[in-house]
Design a protein around this ligand. Structure first.
Ligand SMILES: Nc1nc2c(ncn2[C@@H]2O[C@H](COP(=O)(O)OP(=O)(O)OP(=O)(O)O)[C@@H](O)[C@H]2O)c(=O)[nH]1
Ligand SMILES: [Mg+2]
Length: 514
């Protein structure tokens, strides 16, 4: 059990009544009771909690009824407060993303006129227009019994963190085309484990839905689908939208296996199969107004495991510290605060790091004064975790999104010129030398100019090539192999970084800005 929990990063599902070779023999009531008792004792020994997910009767050659029970065992690792997952929320404008998150995280149903989303908005113009334009984070916790912990019975994020053994952080993104840049940034920089694509039942696949679906696929973020607003239309309309989605998912370009979730049992199966093969795409049909099927999504989210295994996680933690700066704030009495994700290593309170590159390619010293996760204090941050770091008196104007904060011994390679192997997905004008595009790589977002296309003069839709780009403003910190996405108007492409023209940062000994 210890090993399995470690493998599953704190979670494991046990099937009792299934033989090692997969034969569904089932157990009699008496045997099941004894087995569960043993499992419970094992769990107690390692400090884990267990929840029965479901019971099934099996058709086995026997007079007495025999059952199979599936049990979720969860143990929060000693060095962690809770298990956590990040889910980016995608979908067309008005499909009901913010509303669904409002309902999940506040615990109260919507009135169909935008009540539930109010707490999620960050700007006055968002409240007035009802349109999300920025990126906001919402948390939904589950306690050790698999029950939801949210604002309905907790007052603060800190309270939610304290009572949860698993925490899902939703990244609410904007559906409107106007904010696509911000939405791509949300998807590339916050390293979500999963994406949830929300489609309104009454409009079906419309507007930016296809584009968002394409983005999740290009960035290889496993996704599941929520068809919202089923209260607004007939069963037949909902079915039509499901069919439309299934057809698109099965197309050769997507190659997904849709799995419609209609019962608790389906939700358990969906979570387990999804974890084993991200090609499975669970589909939920629900309403944030009537609450129909909302429970199925909760069952699914409670069991959904992280897809990276503990070994990859260990390896990342062994590397030097690297924190991606995604947001910058000034907080009264605290000073400059940055939000982002620790992509590798460990970061402790009081740690000295360097941040850069600045416009002239330098890295500056700074000290991490304190760390917060989900608005509560945290002493140690581990690879993969998102957090906000307080930097005390550090001058905010020296920072920008897209910078990294790294260990001083890292000698980060920065570059203005880099090469990438790309596929041109769509273009309107000619893609050739001199063309300018917005390049997204992780949290880096900058206009770059095409300097050279290897072996070709120009590129056509669907063609592959190695292309040399130059950032027009300032150098960036990039890594070979990083996924890249670029666009300009309707021109779009994806690929990965293959080579960098490194600018050495060694000679510019770390400067102190104060
Ligand atoms: N009847 C009904 N209305 C819903 C449901 N979900 C959302 N709505 C309404 O749909 C409208 C749009 O919802 P939002 O949550 O703002 O949509 P969004 O996807 O976040 O939109 P953007 O952030 O602009 O991309 C609001 O008026 C909601 O009250 C639902 O399940 N049923
Ligand atoms: Mg919204």
């Amino acid at each position: 059990m210890k090993w399995r929990l470690q493998e599953g990063r704190g979670e494991a599902v046990y099937q009792i009544g299934v033989e090692d070779n997969g034969l569904l023999v089932g157990l009699s009531e008496e045997e099941m009771r004894a087995s569960l008792k043993t499992l419970r004792r094992m769990a107690e020994k390692v400090g884990a909690d267990i929840t029965v997910l479901r019971e099934r009767e099996v058709d086995y050659d026997s007079d007495v009824p025999r059952k199979i029970t599936e049990v979720l065992v969860r143990k929060v690792p000693d060095n962690q407060q809770f298990l956590d997952l990040r889910v980016a929320v995608l979908g067309n404008v008005d499909s009901g993303k913010s509303t669904l998150l409002g309902v999940l995280t506040q615990g109260e149903l919507d009135n169909g006129r935008g009540r539930a989303r109010l707490n999620l908005f960050r700007h006055l113009h968002e409240i007035q227009s009802g349109r999300t334009s920025s990126i906001s984070f919402e948390i939904l916790g589950f306690n050790s019994k698999g029950e939801v912990v949210n604002y309905s019975d907790s007052r603060t994020a800190e309270e939610i963190c304290e009572s949860s053994s698993k925490m899902i952080t939703f990244i609410d993104l904007a559906g409107h085309h106007k904010y696509l840049k911000t939405t791509i940034f949300g998807l590339t920089s916050y390293c979500p484990d999963f994406a949830m694509l929300v489609v309104s039942a009454n409009t079906g696949i419309a507007g930016t839905t296809r584009e968002h679906l394409g983005l999740a696929m290009a960035l290889k973020v496993p996704f599941f689908i929520v068809i919202s607003k089923v209260d607004l239309c007939s069963k037949a309309t909902v079915e039509r939208t499901v069919k439309q989605l299934e057809r698109i998912l099965k197309q050769p370009g997507c190659n997904k296996l849709p799995l419609l979730v209609n019962s608790d049992d389906d939700a358990v199966t969906a979570a387990q199969q999804f974890a084993q093969s991200p090609n499975i795409t669970p589909i939920f049909t629900l309403s944030s107004v009537s609450g129909e099927n909302l429970d199925l999504l909760k069952v699914f989210l409670n069991i959904l495991p992280p897809l990276t295994n503990s070994k990859e996680q260990e390896e990342l933690m062994q590397q030097l510290t690297e924190f991606q700066v995604d947001e910058i704030y000034t907080v009264p009495e605290v000073g400059t605060v940055v939000g982002g994700t620790l992509s590798s290593g460990i970061c402790r309170e009081g740690e000295n790091l360097v941040v850069g590159p600045t416009d002239d390619g330098k890295f500056l010293r700074l000290k991490v004064c304190s760390i917060q996760r989900n608005r509560s204090a945290c002493r140690v941050l581990r690879a993969g975790q998102a957090a906000t770091l307080a930097l005390g008196p550090f001058d905010r104007s020296l920072l920008r999104k897209g910078m990294v904060m790294v260990s001083p011994e890292m000698n980060p390679t920065i570059c203005s010129v880099f090469e990438a192997e790309i596929v041109l997905l769509f273009h309107a004008t000619t893609f050739r030398k001199g063309f300018q595009v917005t390049v997204h790589v992780g949290n880096v977002r900058q206009t770059a100019i095409v300097e050279k296309i290897h072996g070709k003069d120009k590129l056509r839709t669907g063609e592959k090539a190695v292309v040399c780009f130059r950032f027009i403003k300032h150098p960036e910190y990039l890594k070979i192999g990083a996924k890249l996405l670029f666009r300009e108007g309707v021109t779009k492409g994806i690929g990965h970084v293959t080579d960098l023209q490194a600018i050495t940062t060694k000679e510019n000994a770390w400067r102190s800005p104060w």
